[in-house]
Write a protein that binds this ligand. Structure first.
Ligand code: ADP
Ligand code: ASP
Ligand code: MG
Length: 412
């Protein structure tokens, strides 16, 4: 079998842990498999590098940022290769560009456009363990790019596709995918299986255990993923196609995201084209808007004024830029003023079974009301419901919802 094993930052946080990971890869090879290992930077390293860059410049150029950020993974793969060699194993490590990972040129969140694994194949054929730096690639100009936070998951899935791997294992610091973050809710339950669609929603709503694009890619190419603990032999969670079992229960998971902020334009004219102008300004700046709320008061005293408040959420990292943009153009659009709030959290319920179960929203709102938590924005899709609340209630809300939907109990 050809196996891809990806180990995250906490799994390679120390020299001893890297030795442990090397042992695990070697034992897979000794079982007769071809093994390609993808590594993240050692825990905390990417944050440290980010901090260094921001200490040097308040608004670092993305190209230079990628030269800095990509070094974390470079250290990990070199250390891993040395660990293997110290154990007498043949190994070769590759940076993203050496492994053939080609991307577009959007520094900081580049997309993999192509992967030519020729050198990896050659080394595997020589009986070597191959180790690849996650999170990085090269663009058409020959510049180093990075794939966005958590991007090593995407490297692993892209390699699994390009090498037609039989197995893609994502090793992390938890036993698999849980009904919610086990570090927030002590009775979170590990799931044996989860659909691509559900994992995609969980990932995009804040469950960082799998990076969003990696799940998207796996879904598009039908790559089955096994998420499991790096230092345990226990079976983890399989991410695969939806089956009828998964629909039996309306809610499968709860997520929390504290990485968003809300921007509100007060009293904008309630006319066609206003929303389009606001949102296209934000989009042109490369900022992704998530929730949008516009609601004019229809009461008699407001009806004649034809004004409305317009709120939307953006990633926290883009919040200062969005406020700046809205303050600069808000008056042109006709807004009275611009308000911002980065003290928010978004809690969400996810499950493919929601499509055919009624009453999920009402139970969600009741559970939050019971804890006296106010909802400031709500959005729904076929398989998820999200509420924006005050940040300080985020973890409480997760636990309340997990209890209300009895997610600790195995599916009957
Ligand atoms: P790695 O460094 O291995 O890539 P991450 O820190 O990116 O690991 O992701 C693992 C973390 O994801 C866990 O420690 C856990 O706190 C968090 N997490 C959030 N939601 C979930 C969930 N539903 N199931 C499992 N882990 C989750
Ligand atoms: N080191 C990168 C990060 O911390 C990529 C990864 O770990 O997947 O986001
Ligand atoms: Mg990760």
């Amino acid at each position: 079998m050809r196996v891809i094993q990806k180990y995250g930052g906490s799994s390679v946080a120390t020299i001893d842990l890297i030795r442990g990971v090397a042992k695990r890869a070697i034992s897979a090879k000794n079982e007769g498999h071809e093994v390609v290992v993808v590594l993240s930077a050692m825990k905390g390293e990417t944050d440290r590098l980010l901090h260094l860059a921001h200490s040097m410049h308040p608004d670092p150029e993305p190209r230079e940022m990628d030269n800095i950020l990509s070094t974390g993974e470079q250290v990990s793969i070199g250390l891993f290769a040395l660990a293997c060699q110290a154990m007498g194993e043949k190994v070769k490590s590759f940076l993203g560009f050496q492994a053939g990972v080609k991307t577009d040129d959007i520094h900081g969140r580049a997309r993999v456009t192509d992967l030519d694994p020729a050198r990896i194949r050659t080394e595997l054929a020589k009986g070597r363990v191959v180790c690849v730096a996650g999170f990085q690639g090269v663009d058409r100009h020959g510049d180093i790019t990075t794939l966005g936070r958590g991007g090593s998951d995407t490297t692993a899935v892209a390699l699994a596709i390009a090498l037609k791997a039989d197995l893609c294992e994502i090793f992390t610091d938890v036993d698999g995918i849980y009904t919610t973050d086990p570090h927030i809710c002590s009775n979170a339950r590990k799931m044996d299986r989860i659909s691509y669609e559900e994992m995609l929603e969980l990932a995009s709503l804040g469950a960082k255990v799998m990076e969003i694009r990696s799940v998207e890619l796996a879904m598009n190419y039908g790559v089955q993923i096994h998420v499991r603990h790096a230092h345990s032999q226990a079976t983890g969670t399989l991410i695969l196609k939806e089956d009828s079992e998964m629909e039996k229960t309306p809610v499968r998971g709860v997520t929390l995201s504290v990485n968003e902020a809300r921007v509100t334009l007060l009293k904008v004219p309630d006319q066609p084209g206003v929303a389009a102008r606001i949102i296209s300004l934000v989009a042109k700046a490369g900022i992704v808007v998530d929730m949008i709320i516009q609601n004019r008061s229809f009461s008699a005293d407001h009806a004649s004024t034809k004004l409305t408040d317009f709120s939307f959420t953006v990633p926290l990292t883009d919040y200062p830029k969005t406020i700046e943009l809205m303050e600069a153009t808000g008056h042109e659009i006709g807004a009275e003023s611009v308000l911002g709030d980065d003290n928010i959290a978004k809690v969400s319920l996810v499950g493919v079974g929601m499509r055919n179960h009624a009453g999920v929203a009402s139970l969600m709102f009741q559970a939050l009301a019971k804890e006296n938590i106010n909802l400031s924005m709500i959005s729904t899709s076929e398989i998820k419901i999200s509420c924006v609340i005050e940040k300080k209630y985020g973890e409480l809300a997760v636990r309340a919802l997990h209890d209300a939907f009895e997610l600790d109990k195995p599916i009957a």
